[in-house]
Write a protein that binds this ligand. Structure first.
Ligand SMILES: CCCCCCCC/C=C\C=C\CC(=O)SCCNC(=O)CCNC(=O)[C@H](O)C(C)(C)COP(=O)(O)OP(=O)(O)OC[C@H]1O[C@@H](n2cnc3c(N)ncnc32)[C@H](O)[C@@H]1OP(=O)(O)O
Length: 712
């Protein structure tokens, strides 16, 4: 008998499975059962949306079905095609045999949505493949290919062609064989000589990796229960831990992040452009200009995506340096991939060519300029590109803040100019901020989004303003961090609070890593410091607002961060990575406060957290109100994927909604009263409006934006 299930479970699917199994058991003419999915997909598990209404969620009814499958007196074989994920794999674990198509993928990704495999998966999987492999799958949520599943013993057979036929063949073969040895609930968990030490180390590892995130830790506890307790008791523990996660708030945040990342694919602009009005142009070849840190990563990304690249530098010396660095990156990437260097084919000049000759850019479909942040230089390059490149070529600039319209004005085809803000290291980081200017065509946006997909990145379309979304929100955050130092705090104290919140790295460690000179150059360009600063400008004020010259002073002392061996911290050497608190810096701060008559005060963790985060969130509301991004999900996806925001807190705007908008507003009002010369702390009008209308759920915020004056 064949039972078909749907892509992700609904109550109806579970009911059909139960009915089918009972019918098969009762019918003497049925000798074996095969469970498969529809349309070549076994199952992606439970419907994630339902976890916000757990009482009615189909997942709740899943565990009894898995038990029912296992206890069947007739052999049950799972025919896995496409994916078997989460509850889908748990169903397969209840079956007595598993056959997978060679291209199928399997996994227990519940941890990524803040849960654990709660339909007996944490108890069955270790019994089947042992604790180390099960723990790896359950705590990372990774999807493994069928070939690996076979090696682990997760599946019994691999089908190259027709999985259903192979599963039926296997079912016929095993009719009449004893089923007890195939029932995982009856098997012991394979022992390890050092199980206790192994589990302890696993716990330490996940706690370190996912700071503050509960699910990986509770997954380890559930697997520990499997190794220490009888099956039925292990199940009770699994259920208990599952309930804890479901009510933790982190599950909601992680599930929100799952859907937010999918929602941003459906881009739209205030002018009404979207996928439905735009066709992406094919990108069959690309060029990258500038082989500095960003350019090298971008070339690597393109090669990995199988797009032939022309890599251009201004002179032979830089070309040689850039080429060596790119080759090293590609060698490393190839080592991580199946098929390695052969698959990447980067030694083939038809796939990757290094040159100083602009003329070789004549035929490419897309150019990504990645020279350093200098408007004059970028304009010169774009002017050249508009003369050389073929008419349809997309012209992208990798800038983190500069005005796309001004860069586009140097060309004769501003409709084809677009910002593509990569994050460092560009071949690793998943975010791609895609910035359209006033003249960028919908087709150019669609092409850039398509490129993001090809590069396995998450493209987020945003409007043009200084710093775009990510850096614009980052400025007030870093500004508050520096103000806190002026007022009495230390870099390590501020970093610790934000790292305890869950950021991978606090603002001062981050500045040291990125290089303090980057911001210094930008502030010099803006006339905020350096020779162009008018004489007589007060040290701690610019344009009537509070300004801290601390970062500029550090640069004047040659402290650029990791690269010089000292910045906000001290490092073991130039280029070192181990940050230690620096007594020189502490003295320097004390002298600075004396010079400016600032009385140092003790600043508590709450103030550090709120001033940094609420200033960032406040800017987020301004961005939404101006129509720079089409929804809070966009801001959250940018922060999770580009700025190390803890995913289990769902992104800054989601976090604001969990704190409660009235509280965010009240706190901003309170801080703003104390610091009236800091615009970043002045509550944004859109935040006020949302509070005034009763703080609607985040999904409804954008319906309160008035679009009369989008600054686009
Ligand atoms: C109260 C205590 C009681 C204790 C008992 C508890 C019992 C618990 C029992 C069972 C629990 C089961 C847990 C689960 O099964 S949780 C779900 C686990 N599965 C996943 O996490 C899979 C998530 N999906 C993916 O990874 C991908 O979508 C994938 C399936 C690999 C397909 O990828 P791709 O081809 O790139 O397509 P998209 O990601 O764009 O997805 C297409 C659309 O489908 C939507 N989608 C996908 N999976 C789900 C899902 N599981 N639930 C809801 N929706 C899903 C996705 O959002 C896309 O939608 P759209 O096109 O609108 O953007």
């Amino acid at each position: 008998m064949v039972i078909e299930s749907l892509f992700y479970f609904s109550l109806a699917v579970l009911q059909a499975l139960e009915d089918g199994l009972k019918k098969a058991d009762a019918d003497p003419s049925v000798k074996a059962v095969m469970i498969c999915g529809e349309n070549g997909k076994f199952s992606a598990g439970a419907d994630i949306r339902g976890f916000s209404a757990p009482q009615s969620h189909p997942g709740i009814g899943l565990a009894p079905i898995v038990s029912l499958i296992e206890s069947s007196e007739k052999p049950v074989v799972a025919a896995i095609e496409g994916v078997a994920l989460g509850g889908g794999l748990e169903v397969a674990l209840g079956c007595h045999y598993r056959v997978a198509h060679v291209k199928a993928r399997m996994g227990l990704p519940e941890v990524t949505i803040g849960l654990l495999p709660g339909a007996e998966g944490t108890q069955r999987l270790p019994r089947l493949i042992g604790v180390p492999a099960a723990l790896d799958m359950i705590t990372t949520g990774k999807h493994i290919p069928a070939t690996e599943a076979l090696k682990l013993g997760l599946v019994d057979e691999i089908a190259e062609e027709n999985t259903i036929e192979a599963a039926i063949r296997l079912a016929n073969k095993v009719i009449g064989q004893p089923l007890a040895p195939r029932r995982l609930s009856l098997k012991p968990v394979p022992t390890l000589p050092n199980m206790e030490a192994f589990l302890r180390e696993a716990l330490v590892k996940v706690k370190k990796q996912a700071r503050g995130c509960l699910a990986p830790e509770l997954c380890v506890q559930a697997v520990r229960a499997a190794s220490e307790r009888p099956f039925a008791e292990g199940l009770r523990r699994e259920r208990e831990l599952f309930r804890l996660l479901l009510s933790s708030g982190q599950a909601r945040a992680l599930q929100y992040a799952f859907f937010a990342e999918r929602a941003v694919r459906r881009w739209a602009t205030p002018a009404g452009a979207s996928w439905s009005s735009a066709n992406a142009q094919p990108v069959r070849s690309a060029a990258v200009i500038g082989l500095g840190t960003m350019g090298r990563g971008i070339v690597t990304s393109l090669v990995k995506a199988n797009i032939p690249v022309v890599a251009l530098e201004q002179d032979l010396e830089n070309l040689k340096k850039g080429r060596k660095a790119v080759m090293l990156l590609l060698e490393r990437e190839a080592m991580k991939m199946e098929g390695g260097a052969q698959r990447l084919d980067f030694h083939n000049p038809a796939r990757l060519q290094f040159t100083v000759d602009f003329d070789l850019l004549r035929d490419v479909d897309l150019v990504i300029e990645a020279v350093f942040e200098n408007m004059a230089l970028k304009k010169e390059i774009f002017h050249k590109l508009s003369k050389i490149c073929k008419p349809g070529a997309l012209l992208c600039t990798n800038t983190s803040a500069l005005n796309i319209n001004e860069i586009a004005s140097a060309t004769s085809r501003p409709q084809q100019v677009i910002g593509t803000h990569f994050f460092s290291p560009a071949h690793v980081m998943r975010l791609l901020e895609i910035i359209y200017g006033s003249h960028t065509s919908p087709s150019a946006i669609a092409t850039a989004m398509q490129l993001a997909k090809a590069l396995n990145k998450i493209g987020v379309v945003v409007g043009n303003c200084f710093g775009f979304v990510g850096n614009r929100m980052m400025f007030p955050y870093v500004q508050q961090a520096v103000f806190l130092l002026e007022e009495g705090s230390r870099p390590e104290a501020v970093d610790e609070v934000l790292e305890d919140f869950g950021f991978k790295i606090g603002p001062f460690r981050m500045s040291d890593l990125a290089g303090l000179d980057v911001g210094w150059r930008s502030r010099q360009g803006q006339g905020l410091t350096g020779p162009s600063l008018p004489a007589g400008t007060p040290a701690r004020q610019r344009h009537g607002q509070r300004y801290s010259p601390l970062p500029d002073l550090l640069c004047e002392h040659g402290r650029f961060g990791q690269k010089t061996g000292h910045g906000w911290y001290l490092y073991e050497k130039a280029g070192g990575r181990t940050a230690t608190p620096d007594p020189w810096l502490h003295n320097f701060l004390a002298r600075y406060r004396d010079t400016h008559g600032i009385k140092a005060r003790a600043i508590d963790q709450e103030e550090i957290l709120e001033r940094c985060l609420f200033a960032l969130i406040n800017e987020g509301f301004a961005i939404l109100a101006e129509g720079i991004a089409s929804g809070p999900e966009h801001l959250d996806v940018i922060y999770i994927n580009g700025y190390g925001w803890p995913r289990h807190r769902g992104g800054p705007m989601f976090y604001a909604s969990t704190v409660g908008l009235p509280r965010v507003l009240a706190k901003l009002e309170q801080y703003s009263e104390v610091h009236p010369d800091v615009p970043g702390l002045r509550p944004n009008a859109f935040l006020r409006k949302l509070v005034a209308v009763g703080s609607p759920p985040l999904q409804e915020w954008m319906s309160y934006v008035s679009w009369q004056s989008p600054k686009l």
